[in-house]
Design a protein around this ligand. Structure first.
Ligand code: SF4
Length: 285
């Protein structure tokens, strides 16, 4: 295969997750990690196609046993690596994966554990896990950079500004990103209780940014209206997916026919928007 792909590609290894967030935008939870070996083959081919970095995501990617091998293969191939995880299983896997990682993305969606559990329901104590693992990362893997992400919706709109002192102050991530909830994936089913308008999102963003600025942490935003063309996802079954308006569109399958995805992706992905988004979310990746 010759030609180019975007400089950054998001690989959704699976849909399965140990949490049940009402706003989940990932693949359906019943989809397991069926194609990990094919993803491992894929990452070896990506640098020759101009890809610079991969974002490994899901579902919850730490549920994948072969995750360290996938990351190590990506690094050996010359890629920069980002892991997007809910953080509940990071403590036990950190030493295996951190050596192969440049960035880790972790979520926190409220200022207190019991409120956060409304956003991130499940058996795990996600709030406590994230609050505990970040200092450990700083201590033991100081070269690993951290993006903290917060989904803002009608459920937690009043809990985000109070989160700023912890999110930007004590935890001191390299970036704090606020995401306006959007009606994709599972969020479609729960939209009536999640929806948050543009003005309401901007109001939260302004106040959270001002609070974070006092701690010197940059805040970046993901607005629903600006989503189009910003990503190229690979789904667990290999489908390449681009974002078109509020929809996600399959543009080919990287396992079945990588060459055809290489041929058509530029019609569906806006390179400047994708690059701008990556530069703000994972600076230097
Ligand atoms: S949003 Fe993330 S953590 Fe929550 S259910 Fe979906 S994949 Fe899991």
């Amino acid at each position: 295969v010759t030609g180019e792909l975007p400089q950054v590609v998001d690989l959704r290894l699976l849909g399965a997750c140990n949490l049940r967030c009402p706003f989940c935008f990932g693949p359906r939870h019943e989809i397991g990690p069926r194609n990990v070996e094919r993803f491992i083959e894929l990452v070896q081919r990506l640098p020759a196609l101009g890809v610079r970095a991969v974002v490994i995501t899901g579902g919850e990617p730490t549920l994948v046993r072969a995750l360290p091998r996938l990351l190590a293969t990506a690094k050996r191939a010359g890629l920069r690596t980002v892991l997007s995880t809910n953080g509940t299983r990071l403590d036990r896997r950190l030493d295996d994966i951190a050596p192969h990682l440049d960035w880790v993305g972790l979520p926190l969606d409220a200022d207190r554990s019991e409120r956060n559990a409304i956003m991130r329901p499940g058996p795990a104590r996600q709030f406590d896990d994230v609050v505990e693992v970040i200092p450990r990362i700083r201590r033991e893997h100081p070269e690993l950079r951290i993006k903290l992400g917060t989904v803002v919706c009608a459920l937690n709109r009043d809990w985000v500004v109070p989160l700023a002192d912890l999110a930007a102050g004590s935890l001191a991530p390299d970036v704090w990103k606020l995401y306006q909830v959007e009606a994709s994936g599972y969020a479609r089913d729960a939209w009536s209780k999640l929806e948050l308008g543009d003005d309401e999102f901007d109001a939260v963003l302004d106040r959270a940014s001002a609070a974070a600025a006092r701690h010197g942490v940059p805040v970046t935003a993901y607005r629903r209206a600006e989503r189009s063309g910003k990503y190229l996802f690979v789904e667990p079954n290999g489908d390449a997916m681009a974002v078109a308006g509020t929809d996600e569109r399959v543009i080919g399958n990287v396992f079945a026919d990588l060459a055809s995805v290489v041929r058509v992706w530029q019609r569906h992905v806006d390179v400047d928007r994708l690059e701008g988004n990556v530069a703000a979310t994972y600076p230097g990746v």
